[in-house]
Design a protein around this ligand. Structure first.
Ligand code: ADP
Length: 381
């Protein structure tokens, strides 16, 4: 089968023509901006952990970003520091039976995204003026409501800078609304397909490291995400490489021997054990991380076939490779990283902790070399 056909064709893209696949179906005003690309990266790493970051160190991000190589114009806001924390302390949320409109102003015109079960809008808490995101989930039956209550329960347990934080929840007859920390940088998905956005390998290192930090924390808390894909990774802003993981709609506490039934919306990211309806576990998320890494580095979807059936078969056969020209300049360490995640047998995949220790994410001299490569080839210009 012709691998060149395996182009990115997620739920936001319509056809396989290259023009089409660069567009998302929603309006992306910011995508029209010119020259809004990363300036550089710092080779030096900082070992801070997301959950420990203080407001001070979050502020430091901006300062650090001012150090840059070769005096390029514009300010670099890339650094190794974790993303800013939510603008509120972690809280345990129980859904309230009140009218949300009493406390919040939902901007019905500003749709941040459409999900499986409803829409996400920008909103403001009236008493504080805080900007937040309201995810309105249609849930009429008790069964549907239980699913959303599970999402709330999961978010209640997760306090980490790389995981979107829950602020409040409101339950009514027809829906449950989750009010969350708002981030404005858009989906990581959009950066993959944005031709103005030249992602370098070092950018990918920074993104993947943060996803790994968030995953390591989740897994330590015994929680599986089970729906990791580029649409569920949000950028904190357009100018930085900071990300937060969203959508805990399928997330759950790990139960040994639990199987997962999924609606095959887009099968590209499904792990073989999910397709086979076998037990899901921590490595199930690690498979998805492998797919995301592959996509960020190449813009290609490793298993995507001409139709869903072919995609599923490619996944089950674990049929993927680095043959595309997009991988020509990619480091051996990156390829090794992916190779240790896209492994059919769950037990042989790297864990989040192992991934963080893998040279691709941890070797400073490699990052220095990747940074030098950016300078020499002027990848950002
Ligand atoms: P679903 O579970 O229905 O798929 P998501 O939680 O994935 O819904 O949200 C759908 C989309 O809404 C996301 O892909 C994203 O573009 C946007 N979105 C979700 N949460 C936020 C947020 N906290 N801040 C900004 N945009 C968000």
């Amino acid at each position: 089968q012709d691998q060149a056909e395996l182009i990115l064709e997620g739920p936001h893209t319509s056809a396989s023509q290259s023009e089409e696949r660069k567009k998302t179906t929603k309006e992306r005003e910011e995508g029209e901006e010119e020259g809004d690309v990363f300036q550089d990266s710092e080779p030096e790493l900082d070992e801070e952990k997301g959950e420990d970051v203080s407001a001070e160190s979050a502020g430091k991000v901006e300062d650090d970003g001012k150090k840059r190589h070769k005096g390029e114009a514009g300010e670099s806001t890339k650094s190794e520091n974790p993303p800013p924390l939510a603008p509120f302390d972690h809280r345990i949320v129980t859904p309230k039976p009140h009218q949300i409109a009493t406390y919040y102003t939902i901007n019905r015109d500003e749709v941040l995204g459409g999900g499986r079960f409803g829409q996400v809008h920008k909103c403001m808490e009236n008493s504080s003026g805080l900007t937040l995101a309201a995810k309105i989930i249609k849930a009429r039956s008790q069964k549907e409501k239980e699913v959303v209550r599970n999402e709330i329960q999961v978010m209640n347990q997760l306090n980490h800078a790389n995981l979107i934080q829950l602020y409040a929840a409101f339950e009514s007859r027809h829906d449950i609304i989750l009010v969350m920390e708002y981030v404005e940088g858009g989906e990581l998905f959009d950066r993959i397909i944005d031709e103005n956005y030249n992602l370098t390998e070092l950018d990918t290192v920074l993104f993947i490291r943060q996803i790994c930090e968030g995953l390591q924390y989740m897994h330590k808390m015994y929680i599986l995400h089970l729906d990791l894909k580029p649409e569920n990774i949000l950028c904190v802003s357009r100018a930085t490489n900071k990300i937060k993981i969203i959508d805990f709609g399928l997330a759950r506490r790990y139960k040994p021997r639990e199987k997962l039934r999924v609606n095959f919306g887009t099968p590209e990211f499904l792990a073989p054990e999910v397709i086979n309806y076998e037990f899901v576990s921590f490595p199930t998320d690690m498979w998805s991380l492998g797919v995301i890494t592959y996509m960020l580095l190449s813009g290609l979807s490793p298993f995507l076939g001409d139709d869903d059936n072919e995609t599923l078969n490619n996944i089950l056969a674990c049929q993927w490779n680095f043959e595309e020209e997009e991988f020509t300049d990619i480091s051996d360490e990156a390829k090794d990283f992916i190779t240790r995640l896209l492994v059919k047998s769950k037990s042989w995949r790297m864990s989040a902790a192992e991934s963080l220790r893998h040279p691709w994410l941890s070797d400073r001299s490699l990052h220095y070399r990747l940074n030098q490569k950016v300078i020499l080839t002027g990848q950002h210009i």
